[in-house]
Design a protein around this ligand. Structure first.
Ligand code: UD1
Length: 461
């Protein structure tokens, strides 16, 4: 069967001057033709035209004096014990779900698989996915309720992610506890002409539509409605790349609930002015995040009277969303505008030859979940210790690389061991399994005082 191009699609391609995508049509077999038609039918040509028209618009940041430091709940807040109780109650009542975004392609890390499969355990070589799953398992046991684990993939990571969990028997989680949902994609456009880029003669180049795609995907998969029906009120959001995240931490949850917040975010002090993290800020009087690529360098390096960075509140991408707020935001799409980035995208040219660009040749479009923050009338910002909560894996070498993650996890285990009056020989690697202890307090109940470690050690459970 020779599949033909539906007339309305043919017309849309003509009107939007994108007919070049059919240049290789005659060479395609039936399967490739069907796939190409499906890809093309998922596009909104009018949206692409308008995005291309906006390609040179500067970011929508207001004047510098409209961007201020944001108020926050400090580490030693007097409200902590009350918050802790509230958070524990919510977990016991099954009113919380954990959501990880794992749809990114991890191109900076140069790993050929979903980033969650990367082995980061300093001693165990456990993957990011396993560490997250074991935290969820430990929390489910501790609070006597299976914590729902929502795992957002993308077409680029979905099949391999599901397969990985299957192969490892879901790392001990019940199958009903895990809810996969896949985010959408966006095409890339040629930087100068606005033409769709092809990655193969019969295939468009598509990439995940940014973690802002979480909202659309939660709604369209029916998951949001199911959460609401099951009485889940808070969604704890985190990124797959951070093995130190304290998933569904009761203290954070409690501060969020006590404030009846629509959104809550953790902040960690930036390591230095140029660190590649967004900053939480008050923007035009509303809560928001200024992404590192948008923060003017002068503002990034400004210090206050005590010598601390004025915009110190780094974004570890750990949030809690009120479910009703998420639901409301799915109906207010104007908050989630696409961010336009100039990138190098390998593609094929008009003759079908492969092009490996050495300079930016394409526009890519992503939505950011944190663009919903300004819509929140009530929010809380909670200070966290970087050394206990944030060690992201981004790059193959240097900052935020396997070596720094390894170090951070070992250092944490060593701190906990020191609290237990134990010690370890210089240079040994240490690791605490989430199933052994989720936090320092639990660790203290499990490790004998004065424990001395002389070789690499895994506190397993
Ligand atoms: C991100 C934040 C930054 C924050 C930092 C903390 C953005 C735009 N910026 O930066 O403010 O300080 O993390 O580590 O997010 N992802 C998807 N689907 C996508 C794109 C990304 O699921 O379409 C996921 C990735 O799998 C990853 C996370 O989102 O878990 C972050 O993406 P990444 O590109 O690593 O963000 P950064 O630029 O490092």
């Amino acid at each position: 069967v020779t599949l033909d191009i539906p007339q309305p699609l043919r017309e849309a391609l003509r009107v939007s001057e994108q007919q070049h995508v059919l240049a290789f049509w005659d060479r395609l077999n039936a399967t490739s033709r069907a796939e190409l038609i499906a890809q093309l039918q998922s596009l909104d040509f009018e949206q692409l035209r308008s995005l291309f028209a906006k390609r040179n618009q500067a970011s929508a940041l207001p004047a510098n004096d409209r961007i201020e430091p944001i108020e926050f709940i400090p580490l030693d807040s007097p409200q902590n014990s009350h918050a802790q109780k509230l958070g524990e109650e919510a977990l016991r009542a099954g009113q919380v779900a954990a959501l990880v975004v794992a749809g990114g392609q991890g191109s900076r890390l140069g790993f050929e698989h979903p980033k969650g499969m990367y082995p980061v355990g300093p001693v165990s070589r456990k993957s990011l996915f396993q560490i997250h799953a074991e935290k969820i398992l430990a929390l489910s046991r501790r609070y006597g309720k299976p914590l729902a684990f929502l795992l957002m993939t993308s077409p680029a990571t979905h099949a391999e992610t599901v397969q990985f969990f299957d192969t490892h028997k879901n790392f001990g989680l019940a199958a009903e506890q895990i809810h996969y949902f896949s985010q959408g994609t966006m095409p890339a456009l040629d930087l100068t002409t606005g033409k769709l880029l092809l990655e193969e003669p019969g295939r468009l180049f598509l990439s995940p539509d940014g973690h802002g795609g979480t909202l659309t995907a939660l709604a369209s998969s029916g998951l949001l409605a199911r959460l609401q029906a099951q009485g889940v009120r808070s969604v704890f959001y985190f990124q797959v790349d951070n093995p130190m995240v304290n998933i569904a931490e009761p203290l954070f949850l409690g501060h969020h609930l006590a404030a009846r917040a629509e959104v809550s975010s953790k902040v960690v002090a930036k390591a230095h002015a140029g660190e590649k993290v967004g900053v939480l800020a008050k923007i035009n009087g509303r809560c928001g995040i200024v992404e590192y690529s948008d923060l003017p360098a002068s503002m990034a390096s400004e210090v206050d009277a005590t010598g601390r960075l004025r915009m110190w509140a780094g974004n570890p991408a750990i949030h809690i969303f009120d479910v009703a707020f998420l639901d409301k935001m799915t109906r207010e799409p104007e908050y989630l505008a696409f961010h336009i980035a100039k990138k190098k995208v390998p593609c094929i040219d008009a003759n079908g030859a492969k092009v490996e660009p050495t300079t930016e040749n394409a526009l890519k479009f992503e939505r950011f979940i944190f663009d919903v923050l300004p819509a929140a009338d009530r929010y809380t910002i909670v200070e966290a210790l970087r050394s206990e909560e944030f060690a992201p894996l981004k790059n193959a070498e240097g900052a935020d690389s396997p070596a720094t993650v390894d170090r951070a996890l070992t250092d944490q285990a060593l701190r906990w061991l020191t609290l237990a009056k134990g010690s370890a020989k210089e240079g040994v690697k240490l690791e605490v399994s989430p199933l052994f202890a989720l936090d320092a307090q639990e660790f203290l109940t499990k490790v004998a005082p004065n424990t001395t470690i002389t070789e690499n050690h895994y506190f397993g459970g």
